[in-house]
Design a protein. Structure first.
Lengths: 115, 111
């Protein structure tokens, strides 16, 4: 059973370009979370999605950032017109829906560098 | 406003010693308290987690102690090994919701 997969693992973009980060959850998991980790800092929640629905996007910047989790295919985190401050590691995590369990399994992350 | 305060930021322990990392939270609605371990260049991996109905949970060399009234919980690593050298994050959550992480503790275990 493959774990959470993210690609690309490393992404370099110039200021003003678009970045697309992909996340394939663990098999059977229908919940996806995106977190951002700045260098030497903890992870900060961005957005929580279920299939075709955004459940909580309270941690997502209001502009330039969007996320989706379509019925088929991976979840996508999209950053438009990237700026240097977007340079960070972006992790996604997936979980089962279980009222008694919060366990989230993390992918290896995508390290975004904005030149 | 920081919802989870983690200390210390860094910790050096001799091989065989006990590593202790502490976290304090503010919102009494949280009901899930995990610890994650992260190696450089990798994603966080769940180490151990506890719910507020118990005061202690042990898994191998790792123990969580939970003090509900003080709104604090800690991770104890017994017989620390060089392979335990990593960054450790505490987190809090409500059922089914996102994790709020502490700032992390960089642990170095000296051989």
């Amino acid at each position: 059973n493959a774990g959470v997969m993210q690609n690309p693992r490393h992404l370099v973009r110039r200021r003003g370009q678009e970045a697309r980060l992909r996340c394939s959850p663990m098999k059977g998991h229908s919940h996806v979370y995106w977190y951002r980790q700045l260098p030497e800092e903890g992870l900060k929640f961005m957005v929580y999605l279920q299939k075709e629905n955004i459940i909580d996007e309270s941690g997502m910047p209001k502009e330039r950032f969007s996320a989706e989790f379509p019925k088929e295919g991976p979840s996508i985190l999209r950053i438009q017109q990237v700026v240097r401050g977007d340079s960070a590691a972006y992790f996604c995590a997936s979980s089962l829906w279980d009222r008694d369990s919060n366990e989230q399994f993390f992918g290896p992350g995508t390290r975004l560098t904005v030149l | 406003q920081q919802q989870v305060k983690q200390s210390p930021q860094s910790l050096i322990v001799q091989k065989g010693g006990i590593s202790i990392i502490n976290c304090a939270y503010e919102n009494t609605a949280f009901d899930y308290f995990p610890w994650y371990q992260q190696f450089p260049g990798k994603g966080p991996a769940l180490l151990i987690a506890i719910r507020p109905d118990v005061s202690e949970k042990k898994e191998g060399r790792f123990t969580i102690s939970f003090n509900k009234s003080a709104k604090q919980f800690s991770l104890h690593i017994m017989d620390s090994q060089p392979g335990d050298s990593a960054t450790y994050f505490c987190a809090v959550a409500n059922a089914g919701n996102m994790l709020t992480f502490g700032g992390g503790t960089r642990l170095m275990v000296k051989p």
